[in-house]
Design a binder for this molecule. Structure first.
Ligand code: 4AD
Ligand code: MG
Length: 507
C-alpha cells in the first residue's frame, strides 16, 4: 500500500492508506487502542480494534510506547471531531523502533526542564504549530518584499564595527583580529540600497544582552529593508503595509495552528483593516504619564482600575478551585466528569497564575509611568503601559536624538531624530525599529565621535555620503518578537527551534 502524509488524508477518504510516523499519544479501552500518530505534516487518530486486525498487529499496537516509530495502514474515515478531521481505522500495525521511556509526559513540566529537552519538546503539538506559523511568516515576508520589487541581499555576519551600541557585541577572533558577530545588517544594507535601490537582508543577528526578559534572545532573526529615496513617512507606510500583509497571510494559512495553540485571532482579524496610529515621542510620553487620554482612556487611571479588577478576580478564583478539588474526591463521580472538571481546574490555575503576575506587575508599571523622565528611551514597562490602550500596533516617531542610534537623520527641529519604533498591542512592545538615515556627513561624524565608535571602521560607511548621497530609510523587524505577539506567547524562547539566550547554549 502506498504511504501518504497525514496532511494529504483529505484526498483519500474511504480509501486504504499507509501512514508512517511516531506515537504522540495512546489510550486503551477494552480490546481497542486509540493512537495519535504524528508524521511531521500533522496528527491523526488511528483506531486499532482487536476485531479488525490480526493478533500480531494488535500486539504491536500494545507495545507502542510514547514516541515509538511505526507504520499503520487502514481505512480513512472523515470525522470532524478528530484532530485534523480524519481518523484511520487500522488494519495493520508494524513497529519501526520502540522508544525508551519518554521524558516529556502529559503532566506539567517546568520551563527549564522543557528547554533542556528542547530537541524532543519540538515534537509537541504546540511547538509544531508555532514552528509552522514561523515558517508561514518567513515565507509571507519574502513574498511581500519580492512583490514590492525588493532584492534580497545579505549582509555579513563577521563584522569589524558595532551598529547598535558597543555594549552588546559578541567578540570573536578573525585570523588574529578581533571581529564581532553582526548586531544588524543595516549599514551594509545602506550600501546595497545604493547599488540595488530597494533591498532587504534576512539573517541571524547577535546581541550580548545579559538580561533575562521575555523579549530578548542572544541570537535572533532580523529582516532589514533599506530603500533609496524613501523618507520617514514612506518608511512608516511600508512598515504598516508589510505587517498587514503578513498578518493577513497567517490568518488565511494558519487557522488550524492558531487553534492548536489556543490563540484567539479576533484582534488580528480586526487590525488588518484599521489605520495604525502614528504618535510622536512627545505624544507617547504624555499618554504614558497620564497627561493625555486615548479614546477617553487614561493610562494610569485604567491601570489602577485594572489592578482592582485583578484583585477581585483572584479572590474569587481561589474559592472556586478549592470547591472543584473537593468535588474531585466525591466518590461515585463518573470518569468523564472528572476529566471534564480537571481541564477546568487546570484552566483556572493558569488564569490564577496570570492574575498573580498582573498583581505584581501593574503597580510597577504605574510607578514607572508616573516617574518617567522626559527625554529617556521607552523601557519595556513604558511600552506595556501605552500599548495596552490600543488594539493595533502603534508607530512612535521623532525621538530625542540623544537616546537613539548614531545613524538616524536629525529632524528639522534638531531635538529630534527621524527614528520610528513599532509597538505591538497586548503588552508586547517593540517589534520594529527603524528610521530615515542621516545624510549630512558632518552630523554623522559628530555622532560617531559622540558614541565613541572607531572612526576608521566607519570610513567605508561615510563613503556612501561622499559618493552620490541620497535620502534613504529602512527598518529592522525582529522575527521572533513578531511571532511571539502574533501567537500571544509568554516568551520569545518558543518562537525559534533552538533559542540562544543569556544562560542557554544547549541543546
Ligand atoms: O531596534 P533595533 O536594535 O534596530 C536595529 O538594529 C536597526 N539597525 C534596524 C534597522 O533600522 N535596519 O532592532 C530591531 C528589532 C527590534 O525592534 C526587535 O524587534 C528586534 O530587532 N530585536 C530583538 N529581538 C530579540 N532579541 C533581541 N535581543 C532583540 N534586539 C532587537
Ligand atoms: Mg530598537
Amino acid at each position: 500500500m502506498r504511504a501518504i502524509y497525514i496532511t494529504d488524508l483529505s484526498g483519500h477518504a474511504g480509501e486504504s492508506v499507509t501512514l508512517k510516523g511516531w506515537t504522540a499519544n495512546k489510550r486503551s479501552g477494552k480490546g481497542i487502542y486509540f493512537i495519535i500518530l504524528r508524521d511531521g505534516t500533522g496528527f491523526c487518530q488511528c483506531v486499532v480494534d482487536e476485531k479488525q486486525v490480526a493478533a500480531g498487529d494488535f500486539e504491536n499496537a500494545g507495545k507502542l510506547t510514547m514516541e515509538s516509530s511505526c507504520i499503520i495502514s487502514g481505512k480513512v474515515v472523515k470525522d470532524e471531531r478528530q484532530i485534523g478531521g480524519y481518523e484511520l481505522q487500522a488494519r495493520q500495525v508494524s513497529i519501526i523502533s520502540i522508544a525508551e521511556e519518554y521524558p516529556i509526559s502529559k503532566k506539567e513540566h517546568g520551563v527549564d526542564f522543557l528547554m533542556d529537552k528542547r530537541h524532543l519538546w519540538l515534537r509537541s503539538q504546540r511547538q509544531w504549530a508555532i514552528l509552522r506559523i514561523r515558517n508561514a511568516m518567513i515565507f509571507a515576508i519574502h513574498r511581500f518584499f519580492q512583490q514590492e520589487g525588493f532584492v534580497q541581499a545579505d549582509a555579513p555576519i563577521f563584522t569589524g564595527n558595532a551598529v547598535e551600541g558597543t555594549s552588546t557585541l559578541f567578540e570573536t577572533d578573525f585570523y588574529g583580529k578581533p571581529a564581532y558577530l553582526s548586531q544588524s545588517g543595516q549599514l551594509y544594507g545602506e550600501a546595497m540600497a545604493m547599488a540595488l535601490g530597494k533591498i532587504y537582508t534576512f539573517g541571524p543577528t547577535f546581541r550580548a544582552e545579559k538580561s533575562k526578559t521575555r523579549r530578548h534572545l542572544s541570537e535572533f532573526w532580523m529582516i532589514e529593508p533599506e530603500m533609496a529615496f524613501f523618507d520617514l513617512d514612506m518608511n512608516m507606510d511600508l512598515i504598516e503595509s508589510m505587517l498587514k500583509f503578513v498578518i493577513k497571510a497567517l490568518l488565511a494559512e494558519c487557522s488550524n495552528e492558531f487553534k492548536m495553540i489556543g490563540r484567539d485571532t479576533t484582534i488580528l482579524e480586526n487590525l488588518v483593516d484599521k489605520k495604525f496610529p502614528r504618535l510622536t515621542y512627545d505624544e507617547a510620553v504624555r499618554i504614558i504619564k497620564g497627561e493625555q487620554d486615548v479614546n477617553g482612556k487614561n493610562a494610569i487611571i485604567s491601570l489602577e482600575e485594572e489592578l482592582k479588577l485583578v484583585q477581585e478576580k483572584r479572590a474569587a478564583i481561589k474559592v472556586e478551585i478549592t470547591d472543584r478539588e473537593q468535588k474531585m474526591t466525591v466518590p461515585g463521580m463518573k470518569k468523564g466528569e472528572i476529566a471534564f472538571n480537571q481541564t477546568k481546574i487546570d484552566n483556572l490555575k493558569n488564569e490564577l497564575k496570570d492574575l498573580e503576575e498582573d498583581e505584581r506587575n501593574i503597580p510597577q508599571w504605574i510607578n514607572s509611568a508616573k516617574t518617567f523622565e522626559y527625554g529617556n528611551d521607552l523601557g519595556g514597562s513604558d511600552e506595556t503601559v501605552i500599548t495596552r490602550l490600543f488594539d493595533v500596533p502603534i508607530l512612535v516617531y521623532n525621538w530625542p536624538h540623544a537616546v537613539k542610534a548614531f545613524y538616524l537623520k536629525r529632524d528639522e527641529d534638531p531635538r529630534w531624530a527621524k527614528g520610528v519604533d513599532v509597538l505591538a498591542p497586548e503588552g508586547y512592545g517593540e517589534i520594529v525599529g527603524g528610521g530615515e538615515r542621516e545624510t549630512d556627513i558632518g552630523l554623522l561624524t559628530e555622532k560617531i565621535i559622540e558614541h565613541k565608535l572607531p572612526m576608521q571602521a566607519f570610513e567605508w560607511y561615510l563613503d556612501l555620503r561622499r559618493f552620490g548621497s541620497v535620502p534613504h530609510s529602512g527598518f529592522g523587524l525582529g522575527l521572533e518578537r513578531l511571532i511571539a505577539w502574533v501567537c500571544k506567547l509568554p516568551h520569545v524562547r518558543e518562537t525559534i527551534p533552538f533559542p540562544r539566550m543569556y544562560g542557554r547554549l544547549e541543546p
